[in-house]
Ligand binder design. Structure first.
Ligand code: ZN
Length: 272
């Protein structure tokens, strides 16, 4: 019997589906975990979505996403913090153990300044995260996004923020798409695990050629990432959490989502 016990799927992977449709699909496919994106939560509100998720029996692995801390104006930074506090509240209501952070970047702002604003923003959120018992999971993004989506681009940078803030409510979400190229990836997964920071593990693949910088992620096995090697490094570092399947793909979203889900489950068995 194939082992899906550590399999979770992001609602964004099934983007055309509503939360209700994704819950039903995962139940049909025998996938036990779900990471909920706020845009799929929003039509229901957190209270109703939380009841649906509890009734489903699925394990909520995370809420995506918060972050986007840097901004040129203080008023915009304050607005980002307020929105992140709402995300933490929503995570607590739906039973998600963490909010995944895409840290943000501002075109034209020096990366050093953006990184300082990110560290300051996460530190400012920590008391609210702790009070709600929701972790903040820093997700380093591939450096191709350093200009406008995240100034945190390596596991080492994420670890430095964890060390600086030094709280059990701050951790790291490792996404193979963003970290596979890093010569330090295995050593940093080991350090993240040893520090107790590694709290999320996202899987997909890096397509060659990548046709779009955001929405052309590959299915596991369709690209060049050695997922079992990276998962092995995470497990050797003590990580036992889910493999969260997170695939943004315009071409996959255009097809039948039931077929797509079955394709994901099959690829999960062979390549994760
Ligand atoms: Zn991810």
């Amino acid at each position: 019997m194939p082992d899906l016990s550590r399999c979770s799927i992001h609602t964004m992977t099934m983007k055309p589906w509503s939360l209700a449709q994704t819950i039903a699909g995962l139940q049909r496919a025998g996938v036990p975990g779900i990471t909920v994106w706020r845009q799929h939560l929003q039509p229901y509100g957190a209270e109703v979505a939380g009841r649906m998720l509890r009734a489903s029996g699925l394990t909520v692995t995370a809420l995506c996403r918060g972050g986007f801390f840097p901004a040129k104006e203080q008023v915009a930074r304050d607005a980002a913090l307020a929105d992140n506090r709402r995300a933490i509240d929503e995570a607590a209501i739906i039973g998600a153990p963490m909010v995944v952070l895409v840290c943000g970047a501002v075109p034209g702002m020096p990366l050093t300044e953006a990184r300082q604003q990110i560290t300051d923003g996460i530190a400012a959120l920590e008391p609210h995260a702790r009070a709600n018992r929701v972790k903040l999971a820093i997700e380093p993004l591939h450096p191709m996004y350093a200009g406008d989506r995240s100034a945190v681009n390596t596991l080492a940078q994420a670890r430095t923020i964890c060390e600086t803030i030094n709280s059990p409510w701050i951790g790291i979400a490792a996404d193979v798409y963003h970290i596979w190229w890093d010569p330090e990836v295995e050593a940093e997964l080991a350090r993240a695990g040893a520090g107790g920071w590694l709290c999320g593990f996202h899987v997909c693949d890096w397509r060659v050629e990548t046709r779009d910088l955001l929405n052309d992620r590959g299915l596991m096995g369709d690209g060049c990432i050695d997922i079992p090697r990276l998962r092995g490094a995470a497990e050797r570092a003590g990580f036992t959490g889910f493999n969260e399947v997170e695939i943004f793909s315009t071409s996959r979203w255009a097809g039948d989502q039931d077929v797509w889900l079955d394709t994901i489950v099959e690829a999960y068995h062979r390549h994760t």
